[in-house]
Design a protein around this ligand. Structure first.
Ligand SMILES: Nc1nc2c(ncn2[C@@H]2O[C@H](COP(=O)(O)OP(=O)(O)OP(=O)(O)O)[C@@H](O)[C@H]2O)c(=O)[nH]1
Ligand SMILES: [Mg+2]
Length: 478
C-alpha cells in the first residue's frame, strides 16, 4: 500500500484532502513574492518612458515574444500579468502613455509633475521541479513608483543642516556658469542683514527670484542638474506654500551664535528644517523605504551634448543622490528608513540615439559618471551592473558609403523638426573628453520622436535590452 493510501486509511480521505489543500495554500503563499523597484534618475533621464515600456511589455509577455532575454517570458512560463495599479491612491497613467505612444504621430509622455504608482501581479509557472510538484503557479507582485526627477535632488538635504547646505551652495555658486547666471541674485542678497528681524516681503521677493534662477539653470541651454530644493521648481501640490519660500544664504553672518529668534536667518533656517521634516523626510519614508532593487537611469548623451559644466554637474548630482542612499549598514538612509536594496542597475537610457557599435562605449562612459557611487556600493556587497538600453527604440540602423567606406548610420524622425533623417551620430568616448573635445562641438546627439509603439504584438525590435534589464532586476525571483 502506498503512503497516500496508508494515510487515507489512518486519518480518513476528507481530512487528508483538507491537509493537502492547506499545504498547497501555504506552499503557494511561500512562492508568492513582492518586489519593489525604485526607478531613480535626474529629470528627463527617461524614467516615465522606461516604466511605460517595461509595464507594457510585461502585460503582453504571455502573448508577444518581445523579451527574448527575460527567461521566464522566453520559457513561456508567464501565465498572465494583471495591472493592479487602480488599487493605488495615485495610479500610474499607463493607458494614457501607451495610447500617446501608439497614436499617429506618436508622442512622448509629458514631464512628470507628481507621484504615481504601478502595481503588477505576474502569475507564472515556477521553474524548479520541487516547486512545480507543490504548485503549478505562483505570483510575483511588482511595485514601481514614478515621480519628477527634480524631487530626487532633495534627498541629499536630509543629511545637511541649513548652515551646511548654505556652505555647499556657496561653493556651487562660485563656479561658472552658475556664478555669472546668478550674479544679480547674489548681488540682491549681499545687501541683506541676516541678523535683522525677519521681513517676509523681502524673503518672498528673494525666494521668487531664486526660483526663477533655478529654472534658468536647468533650462535647455544651461542643462544643469544640481537644482535644490527640488520642490521650488516642481512644487506639485505645494504650489504657493510658504514652505517653498526658501533659498540658501550665500553671505551668512560670520558668527552664527549671534542668530536670534525671529531674525531673517532664523526664519529661513526654520523653513529649511520644516521643508526637510515635512516634505523630504515624509516623501522618502513613504516611498523610498522598503525598496529591494534600484534602477538608476542616466542620460549620458545629454552630458556629452552640453559640455563639461553639464557633465560635472550631472556627475555631482548623481553622486550626491547615490551617496545619500548609502547602501551600507551604517549608511544614513539605512539608519533612517532601512531600505534593503541588494541590486542596482545603472542604465544609460536612450541608447537608440547611437549606433549599435557604440553601445559598449556608452556602458563605459556611464561608468565614468557613476564610478564613485558604484565603488561604494560594491564595497558594501551590492550587486551592480551598467547597461545601455532604450525603452522605446526610435531609430533604425542604416548604412551609408562615405569615401568608399561603409559606415553605420541611424534613421529616425527628428524630435524638433519632425523630419525623417539619416545621420551618423558620432562616437561615444570611453574616456573623459579633454578641454579641446568639449569645446569642438564634437558631440551632437539628436533627440528623436518616438517610433509608434503597438498596443499588441510587441517585438524585440521595439526596445534595446529592456529584457536584459528585467532579467537582471527580477530574473532570480521566478
Ligand atoms: N529615443 C529615445 N528617447 C527617449 C527614450 N526614453 C526617453 N526618451 C526621451 O527622453 C525624454 C524624457 O523621458 P521621460 O521618460 O519623460 O523622462 P523622466 O525621467 O520621466 O523625466 P521627468 O518626469 O521630467 O523627471 C522623452 O521625452 C524622450 O524625448 C528612449 O528609449 N528612446
Ligand atoms: Mg517622468
Amino acid at each position: 500500500m502506498g503512503l497516500g493510501s496508508r494515510l487515507k486509511s489512518l486519518i480518513g480521505e476528507d481530512l487528508l484532502d483538507d491537509i493537502q489543500h492547506q499545504l498547497k495554500e501555504v506552499a503557494t503563499q511561500g512562492l508568492d513574492r513582492h518586489l519593489k523597484i525604485a526607478v531613480t534618475g535626474l529629470s528627463r533621464s527617461g524614467k516615465t518612458v522606461f516604466i511605460t515600456s517595461l509595464v507594457h511589455h510585461l502585460l503582453e509577455a504571455n502573448q508577444s515574444r518581445s523579451l527574448p532575454f527575460f527567461e521566464v517570458a522566453s520559457d513561456q512560463r508567464i501565465i498572465s500579468v494583471k495591472d493592479l495599479s487602480s488599487s493605488s491612491d495615485s495610479p500610474f497613467p499607463l493607458r494614457q502613455s501607451v495610447q500617446a505612444l501608439g497614436q499617429e504621430p506618436p508622442l512622448w509622455p509629458e514631464s512628470t509633475t507628481g507621484l504615481s504608482e504601478v502595481k503588477l501581479a505576474i502569475r507564472y509557472k515556477p521553474s524548479g521541479r520541487l516547486q512545480r510538484l507543490i504548485n503549478d503557479s505562483a505570483t510575483l507582485y511588482l511595485d514601481i513608483i514614478d515621480y519628477p526627477g527634480e524631487w530626487l535632488l532633495d534627498l541629499p538635504l536630509l543629511h545637511l543642516d541649513f548652515a551646511q547646505w548654505c556652505r555647499k551652495q556657496q561653493q556651487l555658486f562660485s563656479v561658472e556658469p552658475r556664478a555669472s547666471l546668478a550674479a544679480n541674485w547674489s548681488k540682491a542678497q549681499s545687501d541683506i542683514d541676516w541678523l535683522a528681524p525677519a521681513d517676509d516681503d523681502t524673503l518672498a521677493i528673494l525666494s521668487s527670484e531664486y526660483t526663477k534662477l533655478l529654472h534658468l539653470l536647468r533650462n535647455q541651454e544651461n542643462a544643469l542638474s544640481m537644482i535644490q530644493p527640488g520642490r521650488c521648481v516642481l512644487p506639485g501640490e505645494l504650489a504657493s506654500s510658504t514652505l517653498l519660500q526658501l533659498f540658501p544664504i550665500l553671505n551668512p553672518p560670520p558668527d552664527l551664535s549671534q542668530i536670534t529668534a525671529g531674525s531673517m536667518y532664523q526664519r529661513l533656517q526654520q523653513r529649511y528644517d520644516d521643508y526637510r521634516e515635512q516634505i523630504v523626510k515624509r516623501f522618502y519614508r513613504e516611498h523610498f523605504s522598503r525598496f529591494d532593487r534600484q534602477v538608476v537611469l542616466v542620460d549620458c548623451l545629454k552630458a556629452l551634448n552640453h559640455g563639461k559644466p553639464c557633465f560635472d554637474d550631472m556627475k555631482l548630482a548623481l553622486t550626491e543622490i547615490l551617496q545619500s542612499f548609502n547602501y551600507g549598514s551604517s549608511g544614513f538612509l539605512r539608519r533612517l528608513f532601512s531600505p534593503q536594496i541588494d541590486k542596482v542597475l545603472f542604465a544609460s537610457s536612450k541608447a537608440d540615439h547611437v549606433t549599435a557599435n557604440q553601445h559598449h562605449n556608452l556602458d563605459k562612459f556611464l561608468e565614468l559618471i557613476i564610478q564613485d557611487a558604484q565603488r561604494e556600493m560594491r564595497f558594501e556587497g551590492i550587486d551592480t551592473r551598467c547597461m545601455a538600453l532604450a525603452s522605446i527604440r526610435s531609430t533604425e540602423s542604416a548604412e551609408a558609403v562615405l569615401d568608399g567606406q561603409t559606415i553605420s548610420c541611424l534613421k529616425g524622425i527628428n524630435k524638433e523638426t519632425g523630419e525623417t533623417m539619416a545621420l551618423f551620430p558620432g562616437e561615444v568616448p570611453v574616456e573623459l573628453p579633454t578641454g579641446k573635445d568639449w569645446n569642438s562641438s564634437r558631440f551632437r546627439f539628436l533627440d528623436f520622436a518616438p517610433c509608434k509603439l503597438p498596443q499588441t504584438d510587441l517585438k524585440p525590435t521595439h526596445h534595446i535590452r529592456l529584457d536584459q534589464a528585467l532579467e537582471y532586476l527580477t530574473g532570480d525571483m521566478f
